[in-house]
Design a binder for this molecule. Structure first.
Ligand SMILES: Cc1ncc(COP(=O)(O)O)c(C=O)c1O
Length: 379
């Protein structure tokens, strides 16, 4: 695994991350990393190019088996291959979940959260009930009491759209929390949609607890997973919805008519990563951990900010509590971060530290120049 320190290489292919904003800015926003994926990805793509025919495809025979093996081996979750519905992305997968349940009007979502947790209920005309995650120690914590209380007030069918591990806070939920979340939803007959795209990017020594470990197979749940974040292949749209309960799965499958399907190459790349990408992945975790420590050290010199890196993801959530113009001020100094507003906070930014250490250090140096604590030192 190696970082790409040279942004020119990224801009050649119209990268969303590198080609959207002026060249002078260091882009640490959208969640892909500045590194090549595992070698099995180019092997797979090269084999496909050599074959040279690109017609319609079907799901390859080994695709489900690769997921079943991975979930069993890595997360101790034993699933039936029939529970899997391949989809072209996790975000579309969230939307399909709501499309499949027009009867469900009330949606609980964590806040802050990856913006699509807000956008998807809104474009599907549902009513959102934000569940606040507040900083406790070094992590952002939800309140199960707030989830229960919110569900108690609702008279219409409801769903919980959850993010496990959490983007942007990197929270890896405990066994106790997931167990209680599942029990609370079951008591109120509430659908849980669990976005677990970050399950394999845990940097500290905590196990990912899939929702499916505690939900019974006849409880309505939809778990969304993908290999795209883990192996840095977001351009190959491919994900899975894992739906044990047959009625929920049948409703979900109905939404797939006239929808874009997973491209043959995206299937093949995902399968190859799940089977052969793990040596690369272990090097990646070491490199990300190094960058996470850089952020933690940097945060010590900025007590005016709450910098949460959590236990998972390559994202840091930087909350100022009073500065509304942080994204603009950082951009003016040449660092492009994700503004907090679409996540649910006007006074925060999200930083993607999946980049080479030199770029990260330079970005932090530029950010220092606009922060109040450092302004004094610099003046
Ligand atoms: C929590 C979460 N869900 C989904 C996605 C995107 O998934 P996809 O590209 O498969 O639609 C992201 C991307 O950053 C994410 O952080």
């Amino acid at each position: 695994m190696r970082w790409y320190p040279n942004p020119i290489e990224r801009r050649v292919h119209a990268s969303l991350k590198w080609s959207t904003f002026p060249d002078a800015e260091i882009p640490l926003w959208v969640a892909d990393m500045d590194c090549a994926p595992p070698p099995c990805v180019s092997d797979t793509v090269n084999r496909s190019l050599e074959h040279g025919i690109f017609g319609y495809g079907i799901e390859p025979k080994g695709f489900r088996e690769a997921w079943v093996d991975h979930l069993h081996k890595t997360h101790q979750w034993t699933i039936d291959p029939d529970w899997i519905v391949p989809i072209a992305g996790v975000v579309p997968g969230m939307r399909f979940a709501l499309m499949a349940h027009p009867d469900i009007q009330q949606i609980l979502t964590p806040t802050p959260a990856y913006p699509y947790f807000k956008t998807v209920p809104s474009i599907e005309n549902r009513i959102e009930h934000p569940i606040a995650l507040t900083r406790v120690g070094e992590t952002l914590e939800p309140s199960l009491a707030q989830i229960s209380k919110t569900l108690e007030t609702l008279t219409e069918p409801s769903a919980i759209l959850w993010c496990n591990p959490h983007n942007p806070g990197g929270k890896v939920y405990s066994k106790q929390f997931i167990e209680a979340l599942v029990a609370t939803a079951s008591k109120r007959n509430t659908l849980i949609v669990s976005d677990e795209i970050w399950a394999d990017l845990i940097l500290n020594d905590k196990p990912h607890i899939p929702l499916g470990l505690f939900a019974s197979n006849d409880q309505p749940t939809i778990t969304l997973m993908a290999a795209t974040k883990t192996f840095n292949v977001a351009g190959f749209g491919c994900a899975v919805a894992i739906i044990p309960e047959p009625n929920t799965r049948a409703r979900y499958l109905e939404t797939q008519i006239a929808m874009p399907h997973v491209a043959p190459l995206a299937y093949a790349v995902t399968e190859s990563c799940l089977r052969y990408g793990w040596q690369w992945h272990s090097e990646l975790l070491t490199a990300l951990k190094h960058n996470q420590n850089t952020l933690i050290d940097w945060a010590k010199s900025h007590p005016e900010l709450e910098v949460t890196t959590g236990d998972a993801t390559f994202l840091a959530w930087i909350e100022s509590h009073n500065q509304m113009d942080l994204p603009e001020r950082f951009a003016a100094q040449g660092v492009r971060l994700s503004p907090g507003r679409p996540f649910g906070s006007d006074t925060a930014v999200r930083l993607n530290f999946g980049t080479d250490p030199t770029t990260l250090h330079e970005a932090l140096r530029r950010m220092d120049t606009v922060l109040p604590s450092n302004r004094k030192e610099h003046s």
